[in-house]
Design a protein around this ligand. Structure first.
Ligand code: TMP
Length: 210
């Protein structure tokens, strides 16, 4: 008998700046829909009206505007709003949720990048009863290449992009260590490959959840 809590499946896409998560989110959702599933595409921070308002506070303005703890609290508040209004209702009705960033981004950016204590992150997840993804795809590329193809500045959403090369190297290293610690849940995909190869790898991992 299945021990899953929901009929739906929860897939998260993670990685540093400019790794191609948004393109893969769209492509993966379309490919799963073509197989007859109900799929919702969503993202963090955001994905619900309250969370979208919090997003603006986080991604705009000066890099030093918030400390690591303030950021973690804001991301977690946005996450709970997104879970309550978007993710959990979709999973409950049997939809598949493809989510561009989730709690591993807090681990990589606020813990790995900005020095928040790992236990604080664990406690914040416990506070909001954060659901565990069924699958997490971690897109990996050298942050120098990623930052060069990132589009955040065009949208005025480049607060994290401005944090510097050493910060982004720590973020990448933390994503890779998450994948090492949780090989059952996480799969690292080389995002330097052509987009079709990235999508094919992602789709085969997602289909294994059916
Ligand atoms: P995006 O550019 O992928 O839309 O994400 C917005 C920025 O927020 C990105 O630079 C990563 C950052 N971020 C965190 O630092 N912690 C988090 O928990 C999340 C979800 C995003």
């Amino acid at each position: 008998m299945s021990t899953r809590k929901y009929q739906g499946r929860f897939i998260t896409l993670e990685g540093g700046e400019g790794v191609g998560k948004s393109t893969l989110t769209r492509g993966l959702a379309a490919a799963l829909r073509a197989k007859g599933r109900e799929v919702i595409e969503t993202r963090e921070p955001g994905g619900a009206p309250g969370a979208d308002e919090i997003r603006a506070l986080l991604v705009q303005g000066e890099p030093g505007r918030w400390s690591a703890a303030e950021e973690a609290l804001l991301f977690t508040a946005a996450r709970l709003n997104h879970l309550i209004h978007t993710v959990r209702p979709a999973l409950q009705r049997g939809a598949w949720v493809v989510c561009d960033r989730y709690f591993d981004s807090t681990r990589a950016y606020q813990v790995g990048g900005a020095g928040l204590a790992p236990d604080d992150h664990v406690e914040l997840n416990a506070l909001i009863r954060a659901d565990y993804p069924d699958l997490t795809l971690i897109l990996d590329i050298d942050p120098k290449l990623g930052l060069a193809r990132s589009r955040g500045a065009q949208k005025g959403e480049d607060r994290f992009e401005k944090k510097g090369a050493a910060f982004h190297a720590r973020v990448r290293a933390e994503f890779l260590s998450i994948a090492e610690r949780e090989p059952q849940r996480c799969r690292v995909i080389d995002s330097g490959q052509p987009a079709e190869a990235v999508l094919a790898e992602a789709l085969s991992a997602a289909e294994a959840l059916a």
